[in-house]
Design a binder for this molecule. Sequence first.
Ligand SMILES: Cc1ncc(C[n+]2csc(CCOP(=O)(O)OP(=O)(O)O)c2C)c(N)n1
Length: 232
Amino acid sequence: HALRRNVNLKILLFNNRIYGLTKGQYSPTSEIGKITKSTPMGSLDAPFNPVSLAIGAEASFVARTVDSDRKHLTDVLRQAAAHPGTALVEIYQNCNIFNDGAFEALRDRQQAQEAVIRLEHGRPITFGADASKAVVRDPATGDLKVVAVTEDNRAGVLVHDAHAASPTTAFALSRLADPDTLHHTPIGVFRATERAVYDTEMARQLDDAVEQRGKGDLAALLAGNDTWTVAG
Ligand SMILES: Cc1ncc(C[n+]2csc(CCOP(=O)(O)OP(=O)(O)O)c2C)c(N)n1
């Protein structure tokens, strides 16, 4: 509801894909089949994708970053802090006690080059060694997919638009993350759009009310028409 209302609030969602606090039960972001003390035969629940969830809840700013990439983390947090309204930042975080290595494919320098898709506003979405892989729109389904870049498809590489009015493409980008293997996971700012901020609108409404009706009288309101006495 905070996201829907666009309250001026910054939400940092530390996702380690486990309940570490209570010593290692599966969480709403654990992969299917997760074996923990509470799920000895493997968990049955399909996980949430927090970025998809936030975009679906009408969030005006949604980003993802990784705990070990200090530069990226800092840059994303700066943008979130400057955003007017609610910002949600998912931070992939390692829990070295109860879920060690959950995001290793995205943290290890060599593997990360092949697995991490860095979203940058206004830039073509390419990744991998020599930018050999890219995100394109599949003309048959309208969905997004990852392809090897060739001379023939280079012109069709998707250019990231974090400020797009429609959340559709940001949502499609959020679906590229593969919870099982993490073999292509977008990080960065998926969506950053400006719309009315709840706090600002409410302050304006209060000012308007005072202007139109004069300052309210709380005591008079409390002792107003609808009062009754409870017999003692
Ligand atoms: C009131 C309450 N609601 C839900 C839970 C279930 N629960 C156990 S651990 C946990 C996650 C805690 O997350 P965080 O504080 O980020 O620490 P982490 O477990 O990731 O180390 C939750 C929701 C709980 N223990 N208490």
